[in-house]
Design a protein around this ligand. Structure first.
Ligand code: NAD
Length: 486
């Protein structure tokens, strides 16, 4: 266990956490710290070390030093650690529920989903370890053995966001570690524990050797400098970043300038299509889950519900009634469906998008007062139609036919995911082929992830894939090896 010091404040016990470098919890070299806030109460949840550039160098030193031995560990040893970590994470479920409520305002169901999916990602990574690492090729040279061999790259820089902190920090490190790399992870300042220190804690409890995974937490004002130091360190061989398209452009540009491969998992502007033959009760549940799970703060959240005009009024009335009944409040309360958004700034941004749309003629069908909001009468020139909402609001757009639904679903710079609700899977599949996203679900909601499946976007939603063999390949180099015949 990484030691946690409890500091008593007047109202809550505040955790104090350090950087995790070379298998040890250490202070930042200059001793600086930063506050990690509870989004529901506004109080300080934890005081966390604020890394400087010299700490990034220290973390890369440790990762570089650990690479030779980690890349040479036996498959069974690596697999054993990853499997043990999956069990260790599940054993901490109550702790994670409390951590996610306090650090990111996540409700219990969302925290449980984080643990389940992250544990499965670790198991998928464990299974990948014993997969073949190459192929035997044909060769023009008689007697020669010609091989294509997958090999680890070295030190990987990984960036995890706050919104699905346990899932996305696990995703950022699982495939790189399984492939034999070592990692320096930089979690979001909004979730330094849940999106960083927790997974290091769990993996070390499971026996991960010192230096294989290092975590640098930072103050918000240092984010750009810390990220630059990490990406541009000559020993870092590849980058993975999950976060906004805006920061993804900066990270992708830096990586490209330094000729480092990058996996970029960025924002979405996802549509859920409700066709005229959809089962409307299922559509209401799927739309509620797609738009409001984790208060709409999921990259796969549906921002637009495109409903066929013949069922639009019936669907909208049922959906608005369901959304209007969702309990809001304290994320630590098991009855709460919608907790707070991550910050006052995020709440203000969503409120402004809604207010602007209403002033331009959109109608509020549910919420509209900071609560889960359903708008209709939205037009494509409204900002809420174009920008990623990333909060508890969704717009309904009525469409005349399937062609119009496809055109609107594709009318965005983003291309992460889509859902198509219909009882006719042949029709759904035909539409799926016309929607430009990295992921599409026929008959299902937009929010879904399975560790064995390729996950990633097209267009401004990023490039590269996590999941299954795609994730392993992203953090490997394939080498051609020949051995002359005797
Ligand atoms: P963000 O991009 O605002 O922040 C991500 C990280 O970038 C932060 O930890 C911050 O430290 C760092 N950062 C800030 N400025 C930087 C700079 N100039 N250079 C380098 N790094 C810098 O994203 P967020 O608010 O943490 O997450 C929300 C976004 O992430 C949404 O857009 C969401 O759709 C997206 N997301 C995508 C996926 C996916 O798999 N595609 C998953 C989850 C979230």
């Amino acid at each position: 266990m990484i030691p946690v010091t409890k500091l008593e404040s007047s109202t809550v016990a505040t955790e104090k956490r350090q950087l995790f470098i070379g298998g040890e919890s250490v202070s930042a070299l200059d001793g600086r710290t930063t506050d990690d806030l509870n989004p529901y109460t506004g109080e300080v949840y934890a005081v966390v070390a604020a890394a400087g550039v010299a700490d990034v160098t220290r973390a890369v030193d440790a990762a570089q030093e650990a690479f030779a031995s980690w890349s040479a560990t036996s498959p069974s040893q690596r697999r054993g650690i990853l499997l043990k970590a999956a069990d260790a994470l599940e054993a901490r479920t109550p702790e994670v529920i409390s951590l996610m409520a306090g650090e990111v305002g996540g409700v219990g169901g969302w925290a449980g989903f984080n643990v389940m999916l992250a544990a499965n990602m670790l198991r998928e990574a464990a299974a990948a370890v014993t997969q073949p690492v190459g192929e035997v090729l044909t060769t023009e040279t008689p007697g020669q053995l010609s091989l294509a061999v997958r090999e680890p790259l070295g030190v990987i820089a990984a960036f995890a966001p706050w919104n699905a902190p346990v899932i996305l920090s696990t995703r950022a490190v699982a495939a790189p570690l399984a492939a034999g790399n070592t990692v320096v992870l930089k979690p979001s300042e909004d979730a330094p524990i849940a999106a960083g220190l927790l997974i290091a804690d769990v993996l070390h409890e499971a026996g991960l050797p010192a230096g294989v995974l290092n975590v640098v937490t930072n103050a918000p004002e240092d984010a750009a400098e810390i990220a630059r130091a990490l990406i541009t360190d000559t020993r870092v061989q590849a980058v993975n970043f999950t976060g906004s398209t805006e920061v993804g452009r900066i990270v992708g540009t830096l990586a490209a300038q330094h000729l480092k491969p990058a996996v970029l998992e960025l924002g979405g502007k996802n549509s859920l299509l409700v066709l005229d033959d959809a089962d409307l009760d299922h559509a209401v549940s799927a739309a509620t889950f797609s738009a409001f799970f984790n208060a709409g703060q999921i990259c796969m959240s549906a921002d637009r519900i495109l409903v066929h005009q013949s069922v639009a009024e019936e669907f909208t009335a049922k959906f608005a009634a369901k959304v209007g009944s969702l309990p809001h409040g304290d994320p630590a309360d098991p009855g709460t469906a919608i907790g707070p958004v991550i910050s006052q700034r995020a709440a203000d941004r969503v409120a402004a998008l809604v207010a602007e749309a209403v002033s331009e003629g959109a109608q509020v069908r549910a919420g509209g007062d900071g609560k889960a909001t359903v708008l209709d009468g939205v037009t494509p020139r409204m900002r809420i139609f174009q920008e990623e909402i990333f909060g508890p609001a969704v717009v309904i757009v009525t469409v005349a036919d399937d062609d119009e639904a496809v055109a609107i679903a594709n009318d965005t710079d983003h291309g992460l995911t889509a859902g198509i609700l219909t009882e006719d899977s042949r029709r759904g599949f035909a539409l799926a082929q016309r929607i430009r996203t990295g992921i599409v679900h026929v008959g299902n909601q937009t929010v879904d992830d399975e560790p064995q499946a390729p996950f990633g976007g097209v267009k401004a939603s990023g490039y590269g894939r996590f999941g299954g063999r795609w994730g392993l390949e992203a953090f490997s180099a394939t080498r051609w090896v020949t051995v002359a015949g005797g």
